[in-house]
Design a protein around this ligand. Structure first.
Ligand code: PEP
Ligand code: MN
Length: 337
């Protein structure tokens, strides 16, 4: 941490700042310049970050040297994290493709889609049992019964499953019936929910908030990790911008940015990013080319009758075609599918 002093800071003011730093158990190093002076602080940045140092007379700014996220950051851990999802590795050379319906509907339909995505090469089945819908009148999901159907689909195909949690009171269902707990965009800063999933070692897929900055997103990951759960994966799913031609704007810059700042696996969801099935394949390819560790793609055998997000769901045949194209892109960037 560096504390930048105002050009006219008096000796008395500087001494007071030095004393405040020492009171926190940190070591200040004063460097006097012609124009202005700065104080370098050795010790845990967080002790100062939590204090209103800018309120002290003579202080102009407080500049952190280390990132505010510790556990999620590359500064803390250089090597890429590989999350083990019931035997499927996410974050290594092989790409993790999570595919399935937006919402779990009928049991047979869910098992059928699971078989189709598995045959096309997906490694994880997705499906929402508790749905965070904008309208309270829209289909809210089957709830716990939906998790049972996912468990049936897992039994039939061997695919681990990912599903979104909305309420910390449902945690036991998710621990028993899913392999990854998804925190959706709308709950990225639901801190109590983050703390709850942080208390176990069950892998967590943390989606980017609707208008969240990368910093806010990594701090949300930090909430989970600081509770002990290190199995966090980040999922870019588009952000709100002025553009209204598609549902959201897929921020592919987030992929290399996160790779530099964090060691956590990065997944891209082109389905919720666009809301349009015809845009899913081009953006899925771009995401792999940009260095994503995996994709989250909505697939439905009959999108026009889907209870949720049919407009952005790929039919199994289109998904299969996409997987073939992705294989070539993966090879070109040194990855496997
Ligand atoms: C989902 O993946 O089912 C979902 C609701 O996505 P998001 O939270 O990104 O909107
Ligand atoms: Mn959806």
């Amino acid at each position: 941490m560096i504390i930048v002093l105002k050009p006219g800071a008096t000796e008395k003011e500087i001494d007071h700042v030095m004393d405040r730093i020492k009171e926190l158990g940190l070591t200040p190093h004063l460097s006097k310049g012609q124009e202005r002076s700065i104080i370098g602080v050795i010790g845990d940045d967080r002790l100062i970050a939590n204090q209103p140092f800018r309120a002290i007379p003579g202080v102009e700014d407080v500049v952190p040297i280390l990132a505010p996220w510790k556990l999620a950051g590359r500064e803390f851990k250089k090597a890429d994290t590989i999350v083990d999802v019931s035997g499927v590795k996410v974050g290594g050379k092989k790409l993790a493709i999570m595919a399935g319906p937006c919402a779990v509907e009928k049991k047979e339909l869910t098992v059928g889609i699971a078989q189709e995505v598995k045959a096309a090469g997906a490694s994880i089945l997705r499906g929402g049992a508790y749905k965070p819908r904008t309208s309270p009148y829209a289909f809210q999901g089957l709830g716990n019964e939906g998790l049972d159907f996912l468990a049936e689909a897992k039994k039939a195909t061997g695919l681990p499953v990912v599903s979104e949690i909305l309420d910390p009171r449902d945690i036991e269902f998710f621990l028993a019936k899913t392999d990854i707990i998804q925190i959706g965009a709308r709950n990225m800063q639901n801190f109590e929910l983050l703390k709850e999933v942080g208390a176990y070692d069950k892998p967590v897929l943390l989606k980017r908030g609707l208008s969240a900055t990368i910093k806010e997103w990594l701090m949300a990951a930090e909430y989970i990790m600081s509770r002990g759960n290190k199995n966090v994966m980040l999922c870019e799913r588009g952000i709100r911008t002025f553009e209204s031609q598609y549902r959201n704007t897929l921020d592919l810059s987030a992929v290399p940015a996160l790779k530099e700042l964090s060691h956590l696996p990065v997944i891209v969801d082109p389905s919720h990013a666009t809301g349009k099935w015809a845009m899913v394949a081009p953006l899925a390819k771009a995401a792999v080319a940009a260095g994503a560790d995996g994709l989250l793609i909505e697939v439905h055998s009959n999108p026009e009758c889907a209870l949720c997000d049919g407009e952005e769901s790929l039919k199994p045949a289109k998904f299969k075609e996409l997987m073939k194209d992705l294989k070539k892109i993966a090879e070109a960037v040194g990855r496997e599918l």
